[in-house]
Design a binder for this molecule. Structure first.
Ligand SMILES: Cc1cc2nc3c(=O)[nH]c(=O)nc-3n(C[C@H](O)[C@H](O)[C@H](O)COP(=O)(O)O)c2cc1C
Ligand SMILES: [Mn+2]
Length: 508
């Protein structure tokens, strides 16, 4: 028996952590599947439902639907999340294979008639969805060319006890691997449902490595895996549920959709491959998971938050080679965690803001509008970003437009699902080298520090002074007496102002 802690990365453990942190809305009353969306959609909290459907199953939703909860999964504060993910991407990867009786996810094995997709707690998520969808389905496949495991998150539309439609979007590794092998017969796949948020973050990464190793790196711990019961795919052994099966060789043939999509709108019916179930395995007390996808409050969805990390990792990589000092990057969750991207850089030479824009344009097809600011702007603040756009941006000089770039055909602002579209870059940095200008200086509350003098006159004789310095010079806690005294100077020896507005004693 291995010495691995098979509960450490268990979804249920993480949910307990969330509950202790007040991040869970819990309902212990029995609920019909039809009740679920009202509790889940647009809920800023994760939702734990302990008695779902006639089978009274346990389901958790929205686990990864906030940056705070994702940061908790990585054990860091929100503003350190990206740096922590980057660090872990470089940490060593160890995968440990367990035997079937050691693997918690195979405590229960269901095959034949017992393996039935319609016994799972899967609810209709949006009004016009084609059928109930499994949404937190994390797929694992093996690329026959190199034996490496690939993973991603792919929704599953229930079509019956043994069949589900699955949507393989391009560009994706799964689609490319499936299409290269579809003629050779059934293509094995395993879907994990319910596992630690880190595993889902890992599935979103677009890096050409064995993705089981990627899970291990991002967990920063050895990954226990087990071989499936009905195929040779290895899956995290500490997950909650696994659906084993294959995609058939007919390819993109069956109608799948509509579905409330990750841009916040419906995606239409498409022709897609069909998944056939061969086994269900699970923990004894397995916790099912569901993810929120679309709607008008994208920042409250799992999709947007998971997309954001992926976007930020990819954009950061591009920025590192394009500019000397990138400071922060943030893909706004309201834009699906990809369309609108904010970048702060410390400009070392003129033009770097535009280099940053060009690099971000090319980093990901899904990146559309880029806003570049100086490091004094907090890119996580809508207020600060709005202010920077209002006061540091001139549309005739600072707007960069690129035409005919690769686009996401799902973007409804494109005409006729075009595959190319426009991108915009907003250079909201202060013109290079002009940050010291008075009209770019930011007012702040007075700070009364500086040299003390015997009198206002002594202070002014030493040199020009701002009003705040005159108050500090005399230890004034009021200021109005200085106004009176300055008037006496004006009527007497004379007083003036320099260009910055400092007071100057005539003849001093
Ligand atoms: C909740 C959620 C659902 C997703 N559903 C799909 C889907 O149905 N089809 C798809 O192609 N990509 C979907 N994605 C995006 C892919 O999982 C993601 O692009 C992944 O990195 C692809 O991995 P791959 O290129 O290794 O195949 C989804 C992402 C999330 C967060
Ligand atoms: Mn991949």
């Amino acid at each position: 028996m291995s010495s691995l802690d098979l509960d450490r990365f268990r979804l249920r453990r993480f949910v307990e952590t969330l509950e202790a942190a007040g991040e869970i809305e819990r309902h212990d009353e029995p609920l019909d599947l039809a009740d679920l969306p009202q509790f889940i959609e647009h809920n800023p909290k994760a939702v734990l439902l302990t008695q779902v459907g006639p089978e009274r199953q346990e389901l958790v939703a929205n686990v990864t639907a906030s940056r705070k909860r994702l940061a908790m999964a990585f054990g860091v504060p929100e503003d350190k999340l990206l740096a922590e993910v980057q660090r872990r991407l470089r940490s060593p990867a160890k995968v440990v294979e367990l035997s079937r009786d050691e693997a918690p996810v195979q405590q229960v094995v269901l095959q034949g008639d017992d393996a039935d997709l319609t016994t799972l707690p899967v609810h209709l998520q949006h009004g016009f969805d084609g059928a109930p969808y499994i949404s937190a389905s994390l797929d694992f496949i093996v690329d026959p060319r190199n034996g490496q495991t690939n993973s991603g998150i792919r929704r599953m539309m229930l079509r019956g006890p043994k069949e589900a439609g699955i949507d393989l979007v391009s560009p994706s590794d799964f689609r490319a691997i499936y299409e290269a092998n579809v003629k050779d017969g059934p293509f094995p796949v395993a879907f994990v449902i319910g596992t630690h948020p880190i595993d889902y973050v890992s599935a979103m990464m677009r890096v050409p490595v064995d993705e089981l190793k990627l899970v291990a790196s991002l967990r920063d711990a050895p990954l226990p895996v087990v071989k499936c019961v009905t195929n040779d795919i290895r899956v995290p052994a500490d997950a909650e549920w696994v659906l084993e099966g294959y995609l058939d060789e007919r390819g993109h043939v069956e109608q799948e959709g509509p579905f409330g999509e990750f841009l916040g709108y419906y995606g239409a019916v498409k022709r897609n491959p069909v998944f056939h179930l061969t086994a269900i395995t699970r923990r004894k007390d397995a916790l099912f998971q569901s993810m929120s996808i679309g709607g008008s409050a994208m920042s409250l969805t799992d999709t947007a938050q998971l997309n954001a990390i992926r976007s930020e990792v990819m954009i950061w990589r591009a920025l590192e080679t394009a500019v000397r000092e990138p400071v922060r990057v943030f893909a706004t969750p309201a834009s699906g965690g990809m369309f609108n991207v904010r970048i702060s850089i410390r400009q070392r030479v003129p033009g770097e803001a535009r280099n940053a824009i060009a690099a971000a344009f090319g980093s990901l097809g899904n990146v559309k509008n880029i806003f570049v600011v100086d490091p004094d702007i907090d890119i996580f603040s809508d207020e600060q970003m709005d202010w920077a756009l209002a006061t540091r941006f001139q549309a005739d000089k600072d707007l960069v437009i690129a035409e005919g770039m690769r686009a996401l055909p799902l973007d409804p602002s494109l005409q006729n699902h075009a595959r190319i579209g426009g991108k915009a870059g907003f250079d909201c940095t202060v013109p290079f080298g002009q940050g010291d200008r008075m009209d770019f200086s930011i007012p702040a509350v007075p700070v009364y520090e500086g040299k003390r003098f015997e009198s206002i006159e002594a202070a002014l004789r030493e040199g020009p002074k701002f009003f705040v310095e005159l108050m500090a010079a005399t230890g004034s806690r009021d200021g109005r007496e200085i106004v009176r005294e300055l008037e006496q100077f004006r009527l007497g020896p004379g007083i003036g102002r320099d260009e910055q507005g400092r007071w100057i004693l005539q003849g001093a």
